[in-house]
Design a protein around this ligand. Structure first.
Ligand SMILES: [Ca+2]
Ligand SMILES: [Ca+2]
Length: 106
């Protein structure tokens, strides 16, 4: 009984270790994509202003950057108003993370 419990724990840990790297890579990729949104904040005020959103939309139509592809939820080749909200949300998270990182490195 005790032995099988130990085996379960070992198997559990093994599974956890097998799953963890994949999750970490995905998280890293997501955060890299979110960081790519930071460049659209051209005046660096930590907010995507109307004209910055316009520039972002144009960039998507013209260049289809990887960082924006996932936001084109209906795949019509454009960032629609309804898709802007998701970008703003991720942008805000990226800004918060960026600021925290900056603070930690000081
Ligand atoms: Ca801005
Ligand atoms: Ca769209």
């Amino acid at each position: 009984m005790k032995l099988s419990g130990t085996i379960s724990v070992i198997l559990g840990l093994g599974l956890l270790m097998a799953v963890a790297p994949t999750t970490a890579t995905a998280a890293k990729k997501n955060s890299a994509l979110a960081s790519a949104l930071l460049k659209y904040d051209t005046n660096k005020n930590g907010v995507l202003d109307a004209e910055e959103i316009e520039a972002l939309k144009k960039d998507y139509v013209n260049n289809k950057p990887d960082a924006l592809k996932k936001y084109d939820a209906n795949n019509n080749g454009q960032i629609d108003e309804s898709e802007v909200d998701a970008i703003k949300t991720d942008f805000a998270a990226a800004v918060a993370k960026h600021r925290k990182k900056k603070k930690e490195s000081q």
